[in-house]
Design a binder for this molecule. Sequence first.
Ligand SMILES: [Zn+2]
Length: 417
Amino acid sequence: MKVTQAYRFALDPSPAQQRALQSHAGAARFAWNWGLARCQERYRTEGKWYSGTELHRLWNLEKKFDPALAWWGENSKCVYQEAFRDLDRALGNFIKSRKGERKGRRLGFPRFKKRGKCRDSFRFSTGTIRCAGPTVTLPRLGTIATYESTRKLNCRLEAGTARILSATVTRTAQRWFVSFTAEVERAVPQRHARPGSAIGIDLGVKTLLVGVDDRGNVVTIPGPRPLGTALRKLRDASRAHARKRPGSANRRKSAARLARIHAKVANVRVDALHKATSMLAARYQTVVAEDLNVAGMSRNRLLARAVSDQGFGQVRRMLRYKTAWNGGVLVIADRFYASSKTCSACGTVKTKLPLSERTYSCQTCGLVIDRDVNAARNLLKLAASGAESLSACGAAVRPGAAGHASVRQEPGTPYGV
Ligand SMILES: [Zn+2]
């Protein structure tokens, strides 16, 4: 099975390489802004804009004749091309979002990128892209040291079971990273190691997730709640930051500190999510989770912190490819399936259940149970029918009473890209 996987390494560049990285990031930003300005101009006069390919062609003409663009050759030409592609995609997404063809929050028209206000990032998809030991080699930039060995990816490259599609370089909190997107040939078992095993999971607000498996065991994964525990540190840092005079050296320093804390928190969270989802995918053939409208929930201020903290979307994405890699399947319950409002014992559906009510108590049969466990038990019930409908047609189905949609086993979705 061919899957797309991301491999991310922290870079340890020399001062000269740091300048080159900075220059490439600047070039990508310039190309984006240059392309966006061209598109806006054309849109005003002709009511349409340029495609990524057209922009690239325009750029190739202009860069040779405009002396103000004479510096273009200092950076890999690939970087400009990829920036135009990104712009093309952003414009396309904007149109889709406006027409209602795109899930998630509404996207605005792409904006100009300001130096220091946007994420430094650029990408290569052609040229010499390699990794060996604790180094990576990129077009124009040459060989850059990494903090950890690139062995994981390199072994696959040497064995011929992986092919690098692109390399994206980004800067987070003053540290540079490279993320390789690779097409990887993975041996996927025909059958799951524990056939018939299933778990229903509810992505909790208080815990990372609560599950109930086919044997009736309650599996609770507390999750580090990194934002919760580091919140005080973060709050102190942002208060200190707010007191610094704009434009001062101290403000710049406190901004860097703030960014470092944020980056650390994000790393801890992604780590915890990977561990939890790997465990679930290895242990259970069928994992049933809820289809949460994450974009919609994030708009709800009460839920926003907990939701973004735990990364519901991330959990689902990881579960989707990891279950597939283990010969299992992820079943997503229909958004309208009232897993938390339904009694898992008698099936009575409550009309209302405020989020503050952490215990489910049924007026009909007298069941008193933790809210998340009740939801997980309901989701588990969808497991059996989910596996069947998947093997039958492989597409999303919604059998009346159970009310769920199963999800096609998608090849691995890259993360971090
Ligand atoms: Zn009941």
